[in-house]
Write a protein that binds this ligand. Structure first.
Ligand SMILES: Nc1nc2c(ncn2[C@@H]2O[C@H](COP(=O)(O)OP(=O)(O)OP(=O)(O)O)[C@@H](O)[C@H]2O)c(=O)[nH]1
Ligand SMILES: [Mg+2]
Length: 202
């Protein structure tokens, strides 16, 4: 088991670019539609129950939350996009805030996009992938909530999304995951390790 991610600690929340931690080291951001399970996934891969706050109410994470690991590495929980019930004005503010983070943050070395395996590759997801391709930013797509599908259907969805990503021709990879069943963390660790420690961890 990879224990590196267990050390994650809440560092700080930011509501504006001015309240973000100083740019130092390397960061991996977790993005995705509201309620796709970004916060749950961060908890699962860090083997912690309530590091990032989760909720049944979509739109729970309205801040950018930073979790620090050792050696100047950090995980970043972004507010979810695409939540219909949020007023248009707030939606625009969030979009701008996320975009600002993504475009200006020099420490960002990779992006994890969480999708609900039952509804992957939706409009905002594709916008994020197009943005990442343009900036040559690697993306690992996590098809979360795989416990909601039968094994065969989950496998088919994985193959379908893998084909779609291949056609987009960026530095993209994909896997199935279940925060609920705690399945898939090792595969995520392997990808994050590559981004954080391209030369190897030891
Ligand atoms: N069945 C199932 N439910 C899950 C899984 N992961 C998350 N959930 C549920 O999905 C809901 C949303 O989870 P969060 O982790 O809060 O989602 P989020 O993407 O951080 O949401 P926002 O911060 O609102 O954008 C919660 O009710 C979770 O319990 C999973 O793997 N399987
Ligand atoms: Mg959240």
């Amino acid at each position: 088991m990879n224990t590196y991610y267990q050390q994650a600690q809440f560092l700080q929340s930011a509501t504006t670019s001015k309240t973000m931690p100083p740019e130092f080291g390397f960061e991996i951001a977790f993005a995705g539609r509201s309620n796709s399970g970004k916060s749950s996934t961060i908890n699962t891969i860090c083997h912690q129950k309530s590091l990032a706050r989760t909720s049944k109410t979509p739109g729970r994470t309205q801040l950018i939350n930073f979790f620090s690991l050792s050696e100047g590495r950090a995980l970043v929980d972004l507010p979810g996009y695409g939540y219909a019930k949020v007023p248009e004005r707030i939606k625009k503010e969030w979009a701008k805030f996320i975009e600002n983070y993504l475009t200006s943050r020099r420490t960002l070395c990779g992006l994890v996009i969480i999708m609900d395996i039952r509804r992957p590759m939706r409009e905002h997801d594709e916008t994020m992938l197009a943005w990442a391709k343009k900036r040559q930013m690697p993306v690992h797509v996590i098809l979360n909530k795989s416990d909601k599908l039968k094994r065969g259907a989950a496998k088919n969805m994985l193959l379908k999304v893998r084909r779609q990503l291949k056609a987009l021709d960026g530095q993209f990879s994909v896997q199935n995951f279940s925060s609920l069943k705690k399945e898939g963390a090792d595969e995520v660790h392997a990808v994050l390790d590559q981004w954080f420690f391209p030369e190897g961890k030891d």
